[in-house]
Write a protein that binds this ligand. Structure first.
Ligand code: FAD
Length: 394
């Protein structure tokens, strides 16, 4: 095999992780082949909000501007529980469908990236050259393979990588559109609403704009097969009002105005066999996020950031042995982000479901402290008034 047919990096999967890595690496002079089985990323229920740290990383990669045409800027986030506002925050946040994020990133891939629309069947990593075999038999050779195939692929198992389940069926996410019955705009820009009783098994409901719709992400601790899940599928409005009976105080009379999308969440991590010469795992294929933390894309983009710091250095010397690969898995920003995501997921679940006296007291003190600490000095009438003006002028 001559050296011109060996790419510096072959990236398997062009979701958020793979497509962003292709762009950042190319910007650093790395020759990249990018492979995905789907020409266009299809509509799917995943991250629907860009958080401030994620906006910073997109900006650092030069990708944020390209996403803005599909995104709705959120100006003010009201947090409430029962009938009380306990916090009003102003920070950089955007509502945007996941497929628009990925396709918006993909649209910025430079023409020097070799794009291959194919399913990867097999990967053979090695310390000098790694090989990626596509369905149909074609082979792509590269010094490094970046596996960015997301959560559901069987490629890791084929490579002998063991996934450790940290918390099976950790949480359950629902996504749907919501509208006021009177057709008027909601009187807020974005609302995060917390339950006032544990038996609802709810983390929170977040309402935020994506283009012309008010989108709802609802995070609960339920499992497929529970009656609650099928009831929500059939009678979403009623179940929502049963779980959060005082929500209408903020929203006015509402109804669920779209299909309800549901997704059970497992917390897992690649635990054994992932440190191999010539191979790295980025994004959800390495560690699964719990969406209640809002850190899924933070983790993905931090992986990309850490990896793109390492790769030009690795390529400057021969070989791609595990001493190089370990530098990525041990990168301080990556390890700290992964650990925070796991801690955050465990904390949110305990906060939302633990019935012990200790946690009951902690929970009430936490809401009280947040309220008293001056975050909620803006009277609710003013808060909701300004939000309504913004939405109606969109
Ligand atoms: C319901 C839900 C809600 C979420 N909410 C949030 C949120 O509010 N905030 C947040 O930050 N994060 C959230 N997340 C997490 C976030 O969406 C993920 O962390 C992120 O999408 C992972 O990106 P990825 O690139 O690793 O994987 P993906 O986007 O899944 O990309 C994987 C790519 O690999 C390709 N692929 C797979 N196998 C092959 C193969 N054999 N050959 C070729 N190509 C292949 C696929 O086609 C795909 O394009 C949520 C996740 C879910 C499920």
């Amino acid at each position: 095999m001559n050296s011109t047919s060996v790419w510096d990096v072959a990236i398997v999967g062009a979701g958020l992780a793979g497509a962003s890595a292709a762009i950042v690496l190319t910007g650093k002079g790395v020759r990249v082949a990018l492979i995905d089985s789907r020409e266009t990323y299809p509509a799917c229920f995943k991250a629907e909000k860009i958080e401030p740290d994620q906006a910073d990383l997109f900006r650092k990669f030069g990708l944020l501007e390209g996403l803005l045409p599909s995104a709705s800027r959120i100006h003010e986030i009201v947090s409430a529980r029962s009938k009380h506002v306990f916090r009003v925050q102003h920070y950089e946040q955007y509502g945007i469908f996941y497929q628009d994020i990925v396709n918006g990133v993909r649209a910025q891939i430079p023409s020097s990236v070799m794009w291959k629309n194919a399913r990867v069947q097999d990967i053979l990593p090695g310390s000098n050259v790694s090989k990626v075999t596509l369905m149909g038999g074609e082979t792509i050779a590269a010094r490094l393979v970046v596996l960015a195939c997301g959560a559901g692929s069987n490629l890791p198992a084929g490579l002998g990588i063991r996934k450790r389940m940290i918390s099976e069926r950790h949480s359950f996410c629902l996504g749907f559109n919501i509208a006021r019955k009177d057709g008027k705009p909601f009187p807020f820009d974005a609302l995060t609403y917390y339950p006032d009783r544990l038996s609802a098994r709810v983390a929170f409901l977040t309402l935020f704009p994506i283009r012309e719709v008010m989108r709802a992400n609802y995070f609960v601790y339920r499992t497929v097969g529970e009656e609650w899940v099928s009831r929500f599928g059939k009678h979403a409005d009623e179940q929502l009002m049963q779980d959060l009976p005082k929500l209408a105080h903020f929203t006015g009379p509402f109804h669920v105005s779209s299909r309800v999308e549901m997704c059970p969440i497992d917390l897992y991590r690649a635990d054994e066999g992932h440190v191999q010469p010539g191979l790295v795992l980025v994004g959800d294929v390495f560690q699964g996020p719990c969406p209640t933390t809002g850190m899924g894309m933070s983790k993905v983009l931090t992986d990309v950031d850490a990896l793109c710091e390492c790769v030009p250095r690795w390529l400057s010397t021969p070989g791609m042995g595990i001493e190089k690969i370990e530098g990525y898995y041990g990168h301080p920003r990556k390890t700290s982000c992964d650990a925070r995501a796991l801690r955050g997921a465990a904390y949110q679940r305990t906060l939302s479901t633990d019935p012990s006296l200790r946690w009951r007291i902690y929970r009430e003190l936490m809401y009280l402290w947040t309220r008293l600490s001056g975050w909620a000095t803006t009277p609710f009438k003013r808060v909701v008034g300004s939000g309504a003006e913004k939405r109606s002028s969109m």
